[in-house]
Design a binder for this molecule. Structure first.
Ligand code: ACM
Length: 757
């Protein structure tokens, strides 16, 4: 091996001498490294493999991490081989590393400790699940060369510990998970209406009282859901009796937080604290109601009443709190929040009216901006940079602030921020909110996120510091539920954040499928890939067979037909299930460690083929109508709202100019070219309903992101009345209809499928 040549070519443009991850299953590394070259042979990692720190004191944590991997092995009498960490100032890419695995030695080359940790994460993934089986004799690492560096400097995960509390022991595990996927910013949302989680020495009541609550409405929803899914139960360890009352919550002392910050930073992770204000402050205003404009701590129409920006005492409180936060967290970034502020109480306050007059502020939005600017000046005076949610754009913004973009329904906000020269971190809800429910399309959606797709110029793209996942925990009370929500979306986002070069969903999916055994070995409660091959509304004529496709090897599928939730004791699905009477099947997959996937409900209805019509005058295409109004449901569409019509070949929206919100209708006949059971797949953003033979077949109605729903119907040969209603609620739309005929393959509807009279 010519190490010098390797070092020379690395970090040039991806050289054609590198075969770039052609064998995903053999090298299932996520995020995908920039360059990987296979080599002959393997390195055997034994208990007596010597770990050498050739980098100095800064690399002690990385060295210890490798030693801990070694500690899990059985003792060995083999001649010792070596793993060497070497500091190499020649690696100039920020956080870059090179990993050279030879049969005799593993070499990690990096200029900084972060790079060493990212190399170790790659190494751990190469070993895979075997590293987690206690008492293995050795680990096998395939020989290779990797040269790698991140696309973005900001690869964040945000966690709300206010709505539900997560303890220090788990936060360390959470950081380990982040490091394994090369995330480097841990944004911790420490305060909100539902609980104050960080000790502030000046105001001890914020945690002695503000960290504890009686159960609230979110908790009640969780407890109800826990009846079917124990992951929604509130952990007993977070209950405590205070003054004879059973209270729920928890907090971190400053010493505990200091320890966590050290733990994170020695692994390349920076902790960014958020104290969200002026809104979302009820945990504090309950104790200090004088902080609000009305002097009362109360819920407003949509959000809780915020701090009052017109009282000097508010700034005194805010500055005291942030002074302690600044002293505790070494990060130069601190998050002020500033989202979702209900300003009605400000508009009514005499103090605010006076202040607006005095400061020449024309609206309550400008008042919010006044608060944010003043806080930013305070941040800056203490050497800190302020981050705020994208509402900081409203009412004027300072170009030195950093914007965290979350409101996907304000698609112009990033461009607007860029024109003002703001740095930004991209966390739009539709891609990055991992508290949003998942369906079969969620993972691909996250993987497809392009944080530059906001109309930026090349120069403006440089303002994008990176991407971040957001995890709001109103309905995430437990560690198991948290992991269910973030894995494997976290892996998909890691590739958006880290990997350079072309995205390749098929490659990612293969590498992800190869990584599930590693997640099993780590006991991570991930969301399993979807079972497919069926429709929730299924149909048979005489009899049929349920054949399920499970992309994940090693699972056992279990089902019920009596309406009950499947359990580990339910019947095993053995590859097919005969259906010859109307039946409800509930089926789920269990991993070898007993963890359970989604429960799928399949309703089988027995139907005769509905009679196909013959049309006297069948013209090609469908009658299309356009209704430029705002609707929440397709059933609100009225003929009186119709503006124009046209004939379309299939499901198209032939409009040159579209209103921001509108409805459409496609009407005519679907042609079934033989008797059989047809499955329709309707994907829509926002809502859409498909009616066949004048009956609702697929109900995908309502305002929502792109969701696919499917249903089956038994059709006789011939024409069948067809109607598709659709609404766009703003922010871009998706409308796609596919089907599978008897013995056919899935295809998108086309001109030959439709006619009108
Ligand atoms: C947010 O989701 N309110 C930032």
């Amino acid at each position: 091996m010519n190490l010098k040549r390797f070092l020379l070519v690395s970090f040039l443009a991806v050289s054609t001498s590198f075969s770039v991850l052609s064998q995903e299953a053999s090298y299932p590394i996520i995020p995908k490294p920039a360059q990987l070259e296979k080599m002959p042979g393997q390195f055997n990692w034994y208990k007596n493999t010597v770990i050498r720190n050739g980098g100095g004191a800064g690399f002690a944590a990385a060295t210890k991490e490798l030693q801990q991997v070694t500690a899990g092995l059985k003792s060995s009498t083999k001649r010792p081989n070596f793993i060497l960490i070497k500091k190499d100032q020649g690696i100039t890419a920020a956080e870059g590393y090179q990993l050279l695995v030879e049969p005799s030695q593993i070499t990690i080359l990096t200029a900084n400790p972060e790079g060493a940790f990212w190399a170790i994460s790659t190494l751990k993934q190469l070993i895979g699940s075997s590293a987690l089986k206690p008492g293995a004799a050795s680990f096998v690492v395939p020989a290779l060369k990797i040269a790698d560096a991140p696309k973005f400097a900001w690869r964040g995960i945000h966690l709300d510990v206010s709505r539900h509390f997560f303890d220090m022991a788990y936060l360390k595990t959470f950081i380990d998970r982040m490091v394994l996927y090369k995330f480097n910013k841990f944004h911790i949302h420490l305060t909100d209406d539902q609980g104050w989680r960080i000790e502030i020495k000046k105001y001890p009541e914020l945690t002695s009282k503000g960290a504890w609550r009686k159960l609230n409405a979110h908790d009640s929803v969780c407890l109800k859901l826990a009846k079917d899914n124990p992951d929604y139960a509130l952990p007993e360890k977070h209950f405590k009796t205070i003054d004879g009352e059973r209270m729920y919550g928890g907090f971190y002392t400053q010493d505990e937080m200091r320890d966590l910050i050290r733990y994170a930073s020695s692994r390349g992770v920076e902790m960014i604290p958020e104290i969200d204000m002026p809104g979302h402050m009820m945990a504090a205003t309950k104790l200090m109601p004088w902080l609000t404009a009305s002097g009362i701590s109360q819920q407003g129409k949509t959000f809780s009443e915020p701090l009052c920006p017109c009282k000097e005492t508010t700034y005194e409180f805010a500055e005291n709190v942030f002074s302690e936060i600044f002293a505790l967290f070494p990060s130069k970034y601190v998050h002020l929040g500033a989202d979702e502020v209900e300003k009605d109480s400000w508009a009514k306050s005499e103090e605010c009216k006076e202040m607006m007059k005095r400061e020449n502020l024309k609206s309550v939005e400008e008042l919010q901006s006044h608060f944010v600017h003043r806080m930013e000046r305070f941040f800056n005076s203490k050497g800190k940079k302020m981050i705020g949610w994208d509402e900081i754009l409203e009412g004027g913004v300072s170009p030195t602030a950093t914007m965290m973009y979350w409101r996907a329904w304000v698609p112009k906000a990033p461009k607007h921020a860029a024109e003002k020269g703001l740095n930004m971190i991209m966390m739009p809800g539709e891609y990055c909110y991992f508290d949003f429910q998942q369906d079969a399309g969620s993972l691909k959606k996250v993987y497809g996120f392009d944080p530059y797709n906001y109309g930026f110029t090349k120069a403006e793209e440089k303002l994008v510091l990176g991407v971040q996942a957001g995890i709001w925990t109103e309905y995430i009370p437990s560690e198991a539920r948290l992991e269910y929500m973030i894995f494997p979306r976290m892996q998909a986002l890691s590739e958006v954040a880290w990997s350079t070069g072309e995205k390749d969903w098929a490659s990612f999916e293969k590498r992800m499928n190869a990584q599930y055994p590693l997640l099993d070995a780590m006991n991570i409660n991930y969301r399993q890939p979807d079972l497919t091959g069926f429709s929730p509304k299924s149909v048979f004529v005489d009899q049929t067979t349920l054949k399920i496709i499970n992309p994940l090897a090693g699972s056992i599928l279990r089902y019920t037909t009596d309406g009950s939730h499947p359990t580990v004791n339910s019947k095993v699905y053995n590859g097919q299930l005969l259906i010859n009477k109307p039946t409800q099947v509930k089926i789920t997959a269990f991993r070898p460690n007993g963890k359970m996937g989604e429960v799928y409900t399949i309703d089988y209805d027995q139907q005769a083929y509905s009679k196909g019509l013959s049309l006297s005058k069948a013209e090609k295409g469908l009658k299309f109508s356009y209704y430029p109004k705002s609707y929440k449901s397709v059933v609100e569409i009225k003929e009186a709202d119709k503006k124009s019509d046209a004939i379309t070949a299939a499901i198209e929206i032939p409009l040159k100019e579209q209103a921001p919100t509108f409805g459409t209708q496609h009407e005519g006949y679907f042609y079934a070219d033989e008797d059989g059971v047809y499955t329709f797949y309707l994907r829509a953003d926002d809502g859409s309903n498909l009616y066949l033979n004048n009956k609702l077949l697929v109900d995908n109605d309502g305002l929502h992101s792109a969701i696919e729903k499917s249903a089956q119907v038994a059709l006789g040969k011939g024409y069948h009345p067809f109607k598709l209603l659709f609404i766009e609620g703003g922010g871009g739309y998706t409308l796609a209809l596919d089907y599978v005929g008897p013995n056919g393959h899935r295809k998108t509807v086309s001109a030959t499928d439709f006619a009108h009279e």
